[in-house]
Design a binder for this molecule. Structure first.
Ligand SMILES: [Cu+2]
Length: 141
């Protein structure tokens, strides 16, 4: 059984774009170092659906984990059949990836996921997740 999460990539068009404000978001939120966006279980397998609701492509990148692309427009091809830590998500595209999280956990120190275009990441298109141990992890020890 796997958990599913949705990551929507958005870009607000408007005067803020010229003034360097936060215009790029994931699930409607811009990056906040003081907020943990997702909590995942150590050793778990999840399906993340990344949807691009903007007019430009975004290379979505995850720290700490690699994933398999299990669904995308036209299907994964060539190098995309291997393990990846970045996937390019085109405008209006929906990409599903299968992620196996590590057994290592630390509920205080988060990992990031973000658009790999620096300008987008710096202007908010980034989030944080922590990997935590569950009762099941503890029972298995
Ligand atoms: Cu981007």
């Amino acid at each position: 059984m796997s958990n599913e999460r949705l990551m929507t990539l958005q870009m607000r068009i408007g005067p803020m774009m010229m003034f360097g404000g936060d215009v790029f978001s994931i699930n409607g939120k811009t990056m906040d170092m003081n907020r943990i966006d997702e909590v995942v279980k150590a050793g778990s397998v999840e399906i993340w659906t990344i949807e691009n609701h903007s007019m430009v492509p975004h290379p979505f990148h995850t720290h700490n984990v690699q994933f398999k692309i299990i669904s995308r427009r036209g299907g994964a091809q060539g190098h995309e059949l291997g393990h990846k830590d970045v996937v390019l998500v085109h405008p209006d595209e929906k990409v599903k990836v299968l992620i196996k999280f590590s057994e290592f956990s630390d509920e205080n120190i988060p990992y990031m996921y973000h658009c790999h275009i620096l300008e987008h990441e710096d202007r908010g298109m980034m989030g944080q997740f922590v990997v935590v141990r569950t009762m099941q992890n503890k029972a298995d020890e």
